[in-house]
Design a protein around this ligand. Structure first.
Ligand code: GDP
Ligand code: MG
Length: 303
């Protein structure tokens, strides 16, 4: 307890990654955290491929949640790529929320998560031990003990997402660990800004999935125009992928434009699903020498 939080003095905001194996209850917990006070910006909170799943507008704070694909050991190349995405998200956020299932230990995932936490740039990390409604106290204590020995978390909080046990405590622990900063998004979610932002994140996600690991960190995606035609049930989007180097531009475009087409095609499918309409997506690639790798740079780029 080093400092006294004072909501009138400063605003806190940050990106939080939810990390954990499949089925531990990440989506359920996110919904429980978000509750009624906040807005889920993704119409499909149950999908775990989309990186941004919600924006929580709290009293004096805002958390932008990034969901991650489940971290698990997998031999399939595609799943490996998803694991890479999850791992790289860890390095890109202000706060890591690791979620585990108290009732079914999964040593493979646990080892991988702990290993990646050790390799990460050491963002504050909270361990939420979910589904405590399913275990007895001695078992819970042994789970806590094992994890406390494996990694130095800022907080370890037993919760139940479905029963709502200790969800407010988890939320206030998250708030306390957020850095000071202005909100990333206006709290009226009525504007189409969040949808635009999700669309840009969907494009960014495809860059993650389809290119090598250093490329995504050197890119930002902006949505230049976003037009919905209700009559035709069509959304027309112009987006720009900003890269730092000519060589990165070459990689993003690919041989005869193949990479850019693959990124655009995959992103368009996601956008069509999100918007429940037909989509037309045109992506430009631009070299911007000096933009920061920080996610916050998106703000300066117009978000
Ligand atoms: P995800 O894959 O990590 O996003 O997991 P989900 O949120 O989809 O949850 C997986 C399953 O666990 C679902 O059937 C949930 O209803 C269930 N679940 C989630 N949280 C809890 C909990 O606190 N207690 C119990 N008993 N079940 C839970
Ligand atoms: Mg999920």
């Amino acid at each position: 307890m080093t400092n006294t939080p004072d909501s009138t003095q400063s605003f806190k905001s940050g990106f939080a990654a939810i990390v954990g194996a499949p089925n531990v209850g990440k989506s359920t917990l996110l919904n429980a955290l978000i509750g009624e006070k906040v807005s889920i910006i993704s119409p499909k909170p149950q999908t775990t491929r989309n990186r941004i799943t919600g924006i929580l507008h709290g009293e004096g704070f805002q958390i932008v949640f990034l969901d991650t694909p489940g971290i698990h050991n997998s031999t399939k190349i595609f799943n490996k790529k998803l694991v890479e995405v999850a791992v790289s998200v860890i390095n890109d956020v202000d706060l890591i929320l690791v979620v585990i299932d108290a009732a079914s230990p999964d040593p493979g995932s646990e080892n991988l998560i702990v290993e990646k936490l050790h390799q990460s740039k050491k963002s504050p990390a909270i361990l939420a031990i979910n589904k405590v409604d399913l275990v007895r106290k001695p078992k819970l204590l042994s789970v806590i003990d094992r994890w406390a020995k494996a990694y130095t978390f800022n907080e370890i909080i037993p919760v139940s997402a479905t029963e709502g046990i200790q969800v407010p405590e988890l939320l206030s622990a998250m708030k306390n660990l957020l850095p000071d900063g202005p909100p990333f998004f206006p709290d009226d979610i009525v504007s189409d800004l969040p949808v635009r932002f999700i669309a840009s994140e969907m494009i960014r996600e495809k860059i993650f999935l389809l290119t090598d690991q250093e490329i995504p960190f050197a890119t930002a995606v902006t949505i230049d125009s976003f037009k919905e035609d209700a009559e035709k049930n069509l959304v027309t989007i112009h987006a720009t992928i900003h890269v730092e180097k000519d060589s990165h531009k070459g990689i993003i475009i690919g041989k005869q434009g193949a990479m850019l087409r693959a990124i655009g095609e995959a992103a368009r499918q996601d956008i069509e699903e999100m918007m429940e309409s037909k989509g037309f997506l045109k992506i430009f690639v631009r070299v911007d020498k000096n933009w920061s790798k920080d996610l916050k740079a998106l703000k300066r780029l117009g978000y």
